[in-house]
Ligand binder design. Structure first.
Ligand code: AMP
Ligand code: ZN
Length: 474
């Protein structure tokens, strides 16, 4: 550990200000991140949310806090609309695929974990699975039911007028909520939301539990209040998610937290359950926000199949501030890959002779402590790479998570799935070419090169890497 003296300042969506981080528990940082709903593959926009949460966790560790990070897996309760309209996302996918919900959840959870690993996102202390906490959710609901909820035929609803400052976190005006009143007959206020959804008479759901309000399933918002309280204790330090969660899901979590703790107004941020609420902005493409429900979307695997190393996507995320929108394009991704490749070139030329460079560390510390300023930190990281001090690079990469110590330039080669030659064949052809050149047989050597070029291989004379696939971004 080196000295990190810059105060850590983070943007708190609840107060809409950059604030200095002061932990609830001395020397510790407890963070809860809303995880994926595992009814489908995560798209790269979702993964931006986890690169952001991981960067936050890495910065907290770098600043010397003992981190406890929880990410949940939503395998129950999330409807196709974040308000209470539509079908259960998990039930819908299970029916479409004629599989059990448990199999669907397992498959997509594993796919998500593979992306987490590929992006060098650190493992949290707990992956909390919503269905493991249903008894605790029922207990939670029981203790707030009388003072804060009302029962309708369709379920138990939270009355948002029973807590002070409902919706303070949200930016959108309540018109959005107005539309929600149609969705459930009998709701007292547009923003009221389901704590428990009863299974309609005569129906059977794949996932349902007994409760004081009949057989059914928990409302989506309940799980995060319950699991964060169980695993981190209220109040904890930081709650994260994408900005869509700032509008409905997190205001509802906050209302539940206020209800369970008996805290009134949000004048003290702790009454919300977490001292700070942090949100990453969207990854968009030219057609707008990426979303799973729209059907077509880009997965990390799509990027890998095009031949990109997944850490090029992490680099793309780090190049933008987490609170800015980030536009995805193949050109932007290619530029991020090139930047990563240059870093590795720098590492290969770094003799590692010098000790940790204090001036660079201080500047880096200032950049990342300023609301996770990764775009400003990257050029300082690059200076360190070209500085001959590998120990400085190592410290900084604990924050950036680009795994430079374990990558080499060949790992970053473009590897299109559509490649017509194996790497061994290319290497063998280049060995033959070297022999031909040594024998001054230039006709053969040129023919080999031309054949490789025709098959999409770029031959790089004088570079120890020797060759690279040509990137086809058309
Ligand atoms: P979901 O699986 O839909 O619950 O979303 C998982 C996480 O991804 C949540 O934190 C969302 O806020 C976040 N998210 C959804 N779409 C995007 C996007 N296009 N860009 C960045 N984050 C997103
Ligand atoms: Zn959540």
């Amino acid at each position: 550990m080196t000295d990190t003296t810059a105060p850590l300042r983070l943007f708190n969506s609840l107060t809409r200000q950059v604030e200095e981080f002061h932990p609830v528990h001395q020397g510790e940082a407890r963070v809860y991140t809303c995880g994926p709903t595992v009814y489908n593959y995560p798209h790269i926009g979702n993964m931006r949310a986890y690169v952001f949460a991981d960067t936050l966790g890495r910065v907290l560790s770098f600043k010397g806090y003992r981190l406890t990070h929880v990410i949940n897996i939503t395998d129950v309760g999330h409807l196709t609309d974040d308000a209470d309209a539509g079908e259960d996302k998990m039930e819908k996918m299970a029916a479409a695929k004629a599989q059990s919900i448990w199999d669907i959840a397992k498959h997509y959870t594993e796919a998500y974990w593979a992306d987490v690993k590929a992006l060098n996102i650190r493992q949290p202390a707990h992956w909390s699975i919503a269905t493991d906490y249903v008894p605790q959710m029922i207990e939670f609901a029981k203790s707030i039911a009388e003072a804060h909820c009302y029962e309708l035929e369709s379920g138990l609803y939270f009355d948002t007028s029973t807590v002070a400052d409902y919706g303070r976190l949200a930016r959108a005006a309540t018109e959005e909520g107005e539309g929600r009143i149609e969705a459930v007959e009998g709701k007292r206020h547009a923003a009221d939301f389901a704590i428990w959804r009863k299974t309609p008479p005569g129906e059977k759901r794949q996932m349902e539990w007994d409760s004081p309000w009949g057989r059914g399933a928990p409302g989506w918002h309940l799980e995060c209040s319950v699991m964060s309280r169980e695993l981190l204790g209220l109040p904890f330090d930081i709650h994260t998610g994408g900005i869509d969660h700032r509008e409905i899901h997190h205001p509802n979590e906050i209302a539940q937290n206020q209800a369970i703790t008996g805290c009134g107004s949000l004048d003290c941020a702790e009454h919300s359950g977490a001292r700070m609420w942090m949100h990453n902005n969207f990854l968009i493409d030219r057609t707008g926000k990426m979303s799973k429900s729209s059907g077509e979307f880009l997965r990390l695997q799509t990027i890998i199949d095009r031949g990109f190393h997944p850490l090029a996507y992490r680099m793309l995320c780090l190049q933008a501030h987490y609170r800015s929108e980030l536009e995805f394009s193949w050109d932007n991704l290619a530029a991020a890959l090139t930047r990563l490749k240059k870093m590795l070139l720098g590492i290969s030329r770094n003799s590692g002779n010098r000790a940790v460079l204090k001036d660079l560390m201080d500047r880096f510390d200032n950049a990342i402590s300023n609301d996770l300023g990764t775009p400003a930190a990257l050029p300082i990281f690059e200076e360190a790479i070209w500085s001959d001090s590998l120990s400085t690079v190592k410290y900084m990469d604990q924050v950036m998570g680009l795994d430079l110590a374990n990558l080499n330039r060949a790992d970053l080669r473009i590897r299109p799935k559509s490649a017509t030659l194996t790497e061994a064949e290319i290497e063998a052809a280049l060995d033959k070419r070297a022999e031909a050149r040594a024998a001054k047989d230039f006709a053969t050597s040129d023919a080999i090169r031309d054949d490789l070029i025709a098959k999409g291989v770029e031959v790089m004379d004088g570079d120890p890497l020797r060759w690279e696939w040509k990137l086809d971004l058309a």
